[in-house]
Ligand binder design. Structure first.
Ligand code: HEC
Length: 115
């Protein structure tokens, strides 16, 4: 008798759980959802050399990290890029270092837009 009662309760419980699952699934598919992605304020800004920076300078850290640096001379940027290449293994080709240094020098005083 008790076993039969328990079995009935188990069946009723299982049914309730399945109904819940179905109504949850319906709710998920019936209500339209949309999301708006935020604009990325931390990308390299347009200018000659932007593509080089996008290709080689966001492999290990963000563009934002570079914009946060204090102002440097173009020569100093050249030295930083050279360090990234030879010390940290940045795969930037040698002939891209000078144009990138010019770009970063120009960008150095530009802050990324904040939304
Ligand atoms: C292979 C990984 C890697 C790549 C690619 C890379 N960096 Fe770095 N970068 C690092 C690491 C690691 C540090 C942190 C060094 C530290 O904490 O002392 C760093 C730090 C820096 C700093 C902070 C100042 C300094 O001298 O440490 C600047 C600026 C910088 N990177 C610029 C660049 C630029 C520009 C590029 C693209 C040419 C670049 N990085 C690509 C690894 C990388």
């Amino acid at each position: 008798m008790i076993a039969r009662l328990l079995r009935s309760l188990l069946i009723i419980g299982t049914l309730l759980v399945s109904f819940e699952t179905v109504s949850f699934a319906q709710e998920m598919t019936n209500s339209p959802r949309s999301i708006t992605l935020p604009t990325d304020p931390f990308s390299f800004q347009s200018g000659a050399g932007q593509e080089i920076a996008n290709s080689y300078c966001v492999i290990c850290h963000s563009a934002d990290y570079i914009y946060m640096q204090p102002e440097h001379s173009q020569k100093k940027w050249q030295a930083i890029i050279t360090k990234m290449k030879h010390v940290f293994g940045c795969p930037i080709p040698q002939d891209q270092i000078t144009p990138l240094a010019a770009y970063l020098f120009q960008q150095n005083s530009v802050s990324p837009p904040t939304q």
